[in-house]
Design a protein around this ligand. Structure first.
Ligand code: FES
Length: 327
């Protein structure tokens, strides 16, 4: 007997093992049948030169095409917002495997979504650590505040709530994900999960307000690059075909002072070259290559309001640029 267990279960509880004969949408945890776009509709969205380039890069990294299946499915999800059946078939064709195999993969890994969601996909962990720390209470507060039940989407299509199994942040329980980001609080205008700070009603209010404010300011959610992205050019050099993102510089912070702008960051030990860039008009300019052991770089010509980012390279592979920090 198979029991479907999925982080993207849209129903409040998992289907029972004895119910495997239920319609597919119920097996996948959806409350009602999901309208599936046709293959032609899906193909029209995925058949772009940019996606072809990305897939070309990906396929070169594996001895057989099937090895790229997870990432090809990711590309479909990032373009469509979810993985309809036709996208599974599309991925299977690219990866030269059977649609049944691709379907098994797409339904085994819980980060693939099998139904469209609202703009802010709120996944509340209901597993043991979060449960004992009050997850049920937080989930019912969220349901009340948004006027929907877990598994539903608000009428304005802004929020979908789901229950999820362990999200791997047990020490912070109860926790939630807002799209791809952990959030138990909002700090300095950003979603945050400070050490040992779990959700409570007050912090949940802040997170919901953050989402609403973002939706009001930003008509569309910026698209994420789930693979780190094929950056095309780094310092004017074409991206190598064996591209894989090296660990990016994290926590980049630029602070203006009397002697210019001080930029600090954190970096993984395998990084071999660091490049600090400053924005000049629409272009990014290289302003220095600190040693990988350095933890600070000072731009003596920097001023308040300048934008900075860091690009980390490991061997010949350059990561996507870090988040931008404004001094
Ligand atoms: S139990 Fe909730 S994150 Fe692990």
């Amino acid at each position: 007997m198979i029991e479907f267990v999925s982080n993207t279960n849209f129903a409040p509880s998992n289907p029972k093992a004895e119910n495997v004969g239920e319609p597919l949408h119920l097996q996948l945890g959806h409350k009602s049948e999901v309208a599936q776009p046709s293959y032609e509709e899906v193909f029209a969205k995925l058949d772009s030169p940019e996606i072809k380039t990305r897939i070309g890069h990906l396929l070169k990294q594996y001895p057989v095409e099937q090895g790229a299946l997870l990432e090809v499915l990711w590309i479909a999800q990032s373009e469509l917002g979810w993985v309809p059946h036709a996208a599974v078939k599309w991925a299977a064709q690219i990866c030269r495997c059977s649609p049944a195999h691709a379907w098994g993969v797409a339904t085994f890994y819980t980060m693939y979504k099998h139904a469209p969601t609202g703009r802010f996909f709120l996944q509340f962990c209901q597993n043991i650590c979060c449960h004992t720390a009050g997850a049920e209470n937080i989930i019912s507060i969220a349901e009340k505040k948004l006027g929907i039940k877990a598994g539903e989407t608000t009428k304005d299509n802004l929020f979908t709530i789901v229950r999820a199994e362990c999200l791997g942040a047990c020490g912070n329980g109860p926790v939630m994900l807002v799209n791809d980001d952990f959030a138990t609080d909002v700090i300095a205008g950003e979603l945050a999960m400070p050490l040992n700070v779990g959700l409570n009603e007050e912090r949940l209010d802040k997170i919901i307000a953050w989402c609403k404010e973002r939706a009001a300011k930003m008509p569309l959610e910026p698209k994420r690059e789930p693979l780190g992205g094929v950056t095309g050019a780094v310092h004017g050099e074409p991206q190598t075909t064996d591209f894989a993102p090296a660990p990016p510089a994290l926590g980049v912070k630029a602070t203006a002072g009397e002697n210019g702008v001080s930029i600090v960051w954190k970096i993984a030990p395998e990084v071999t070259v660091l490049a600090v860039e400053r924005k000049n008009g629409k272009k990014w300019e290289l302003i220095g290559n600190p040693s990988v052991k350095d933890k600070e770089f000072v731009d003596a010509n920097g001023k308040s309001g300048y934008e900075y980012r860091i690009i980390a390279t490991s061997g010949e592979r350059a990561a996507k640029p870090s988040a931008v920090s404004i001094s």
